[in-house]
Write a protein that binds this ligand. Structure first.
Ligand SMILES: [Zn+2]
Length: 441
């Protein structure tokens, strides 16, 4: 079934072929970074690394890690770009910003080839979802400085799809467009997909029946890899929803394929993944750890062993699709930066979402970490569906409290607000608030 793959030779390459390709690219990247990037010249020299001695993937652990804080400090110390940049300024084509919630965002520069690599690997993902040249694609995002849907837009164009720019349109105008044009593919954050669905329902529009959407893809948040969130999006649009994890600094690095086996494949010809335990040792199949990427294609800012702060689990099974690319079980399972400690128990907001979303009566929610009567406490505010009676809201609150207590191993205070009272999100949602003045870890 060759039509399943955009690049069958690569996507089904033998491990030997892939390793050979990765090692050739690794040598070129290390040599390039060591000679052309002042940041890496200093860093590699300080670590005692001679580029000529990095020959194979087994030599990778001799290279120092790169962190986001380091890149931010570098840009702050040498504004505006820092000195990671490894090509002349005249050669950069695009700049994007990471979507930082605190502080100044990191600016990331790409050459024309870097940019092509970013969106071409993305196109491979869209193809794996089943997107084809005959599709009409709406990428519903603000056309702001974030790379996620810009690259999705170019990726759809790369496949020859009819692409519809809707950056300046309101949600109402986007809904009108979905009804008026034969749009078959929609890309947006999972939060925005749910907001679109909620707005449509209020207007009496049945998106599943009245639009031609057959595929939706989601990035910027892990929602589409959370089964209950994904099911909710799929039911609202009558379409198949796919998760696309990515990082501005690395690539649109992964995709779940049309086999829908819960596995996230990695474009490992573009970025080489290591999954490391808490002592920075590689985990085996089935093991969980922090994802660390080495860019194998970007020349403007060629990151080596970049700590993503994302937790993934190396798959211990092959995907039925036949791809040989390395895969993770269940997408990004947690962000280390989102970790909260409550009375000695580690809690990730993603886990709370996993427990909340199966409750159909919850339209929106907010998680508040607070200090209540001298103790750390989690407050979950739920915005109930307007269709629920007061008695049903009470029942929902009790069931959720019970599910959270069992699922997290800690008691959670659940509060209902008036329907529609919590904010809705057209980009990445900010559902988590930490009101504690100091975080005890
Ligand atoms: Zn697959």
């Amino acid at each position: 079934m060759a039509s399943r793959y955009l690049e069958p030779r690569l996507e089904r390459a033998s491990r030997r072929e892939l390793t050979r390709l990765q090692e050739r690219r690794l040598r070129a990247q290390v040599a390039h970074a060591a000679t052309a990037s002042p940041f890496y010249k200093r860093k590699l020299r300080a670590a005692g690394v001679t580029p000529a001695r990095v020959r194979t993937l087994a030599d990778l652990p001799t290279l120092p890690f790169t962190t986001k804080d380091e890149l931010k400090e570098n840009q702050a110390a040498k504004p505006p770009w820092g000195d990671v940049l490894a090509v002349p300024f005249s050669e950069v084509l695009r700049v994007h910003m990471t979507s930082a919630t605190t502080g100044r965002p990191l600016a990331f520069l790409d050459t024309a080839d870097d940019w092509r690599g970013f969106y071409h690997s993305y196109a491979r993902s869209l193809y794996a979802y089943g997107v084809r040249q005959a599709d009409m694609v709406m990428a519903a995002f603000s056309y702001g400085p974030w790379i996620g849907y810009w690259s999705g837009f170019y990726a759809a164009q790369d496949l020859g799809c009819l692409v519809f720019p809707v950056g300046g349109l309101t949600t109402d105008q986007r809904l009108d467009a979905l009804l008026a044009y034969p749009i078959t593919v929609l890309g947006c954050t999972p939060s925005y997909a749910l907001f679109l669905a909620e707005t449509a329902a209020k207007k009496g529009i049945d998106l599943a029946k009245q639009t031609k959407i057959r595929i939706t893809w989601h990035t910027g948040e892990p929602g589409a890899s959370i089964p209950a969130t994904k099911a909710r999006i799929e039911a609202a649009f009558g379409a198949k929803a796919y998760d696309l994890p990515g990082l501005t600094e690395i690539a649109a690095w992964g995709f779940e394929c049309d086999a829908r086996a819960g596995l996230t494949h990695v474009h490992e010809d573009y970025c080489y993944p290591e999954v490391l335990d808490e002592r920075d040792r590689p985990v085996g199949p089935g093991g969980r750890g922090e994802l660390v990427f080495t860019s194998l294609y970007r020349k403007a800012m060629p990151l080596l062993r970049y700590r993503t702060r994302d937790v993934v689990q190396l798959a211990d099974r092959a995907c039925p699709c036949g791809r040989t690319l390395v895969a993770f079980d269940g997408g990004v399972l947690a962000r280390l930066d989102d970790m909260k400690k409550i009375r000695g128990i580690i809690v990730y907001p993603r886990r709370i979402e996993e427990l909340v979303r199966p409750h159909g009566g919850v339209d929106e929610f907010q998680i508040v970490f607070r200090r209540h009567e001298g103790l750390d406490d989690i407050l979950l505010r739920i915005d109930p569906s307007p269709a629920l009676s007061l008695a049903e809201r009470d029942g929902l609150r009790a069931r959720l409290g019970e599910d959270l207590r069992t699922g997290l191993g800690i008691r959670v205070t659940v509060e209902t607000v008036e329907p529609g009272a919590l904010p809705r999100w057209d980009h990445k949602a900010r559902r988590v608030k930490d009101e504690r003045t100091e975080v005890p870890f």
